[in-house]
Ligand binder design. Structure first.
Ligand code: GLN
Length: 259
């Protein structure tokens, strides 16, 4: 089967700034924390700037579409990770080449773990990853759950919610996505959260991440425009919904809540 086609549209009446193709990776097995919300935010923010957007989905056994500019993948249980592992390994070279070629990607939680070298489960099995990140994950004894705030030079303050048992360790040269201000992050010990390589973000933050962090969404879209060979229109296009006022309210509430 070929990847499923969801949407092709822009803002009515506006001239197109070009087409961005977004691929949702493994939505059947890896989509448990409202991860689809990330794709919705990317789609709308692109459309508000005048881009047309095509959203495709890819599940195990599908034909991998070409000419993808942005990949989004979500969280899943260990069982979901096991279900996609053979297919992910078969796609490893393609996905790594896309990452190295500048395709923007956001992978959350379970898929973040599998974008590292491996995940060792609580049952003692090893799920191999695709090594986009120089990192590995080992199942912990408890779960790290709750609101989390991190900071980053690129993105400022990042707000989200984490829920994982895997403890991820970054290799010394591997950049994190953010530094933990409150919460646990990769492992509850070293103050790192997520990983960043090329134009690829891996993170434990969901809830979903992008509605509360439009700066991260725009960084991904800018990368997608670059991968598509299109000009990034940034905030040159004024659209009332781009200002982030609602996101600011959601961020303030999340940051005021105890874990
Ligand atoms: N197996 C992972 C963990 O709990 C799954 C992460 C997730 O997506 N919840 O560490």
């Amino acid at each position: 089967m070929s990847a499923q086609f969801y949407e092709h549209s822009g803002e009515a009446g506006s001239s197109s700034a070009g087409t961005l193709r977004i691929l949702q990776l493994y939505p059947r097995d890896m989509n448990i924390y409202g991860d689809w919300g990330n794709t919705l935010v990317l789609t709308r923010r692109a459309q508000w700037r005048g881009y047309d957007v095509e959203v495709l989905s890819y599940d195990p056994g599908d034909e991998l579409p070409g000419d993808v500019h942005l990949v989004v993948g979500g969280g899943g249980q260990d069982s979901g990770q096991e279900r996609i592992t053979a297919d992910l390994q078969a796609r490893s070279a393609d996905l790594r080449a896309w990452a190295q070629g500048g395709v923007a990607m956001l992978v959350i939680c379970g898929l973040y773990q599998l974008f590292g070298h491996r995940f060792l489960t609580g049952q003692g099995s090893e799920i191999p990853g695709i090594s986009v990140f120089d990192a590995e994950t080992v199942a912990g004894d408890g779960r790290l759950i709750g609101n989390i705030t991190t900071t980053s030079e690129t993105f400022g303050t990042i707000v989200g919610y984490e829920n994982h048992s895997g403890l991820t360790t970054l290799a010394p040269g591997q950049a994190p996505f953010g530094r933990v201000r409150s919460g646990d992050g990769n492992n509850g010990k070293d103050g790192t959260e997520g990983a960043l390589a090329h134009r690829v973000i891996g993170t434990y933050l969901h809830g979903s991440l992008l509605p509360k962090n439009p700066a991260v969404a725009d960084w991904l879209l800018q990368g997608a425009a670059g991968a598509a060979g299109l000009e990034w229109v940034g905030d040159a296009v004024a659209h009332p919904s781009l200002d982030g006022a609602w996101a600011d309210k959601a961020r303030a509430v999340a940051m005021s809540r105890p874990r």
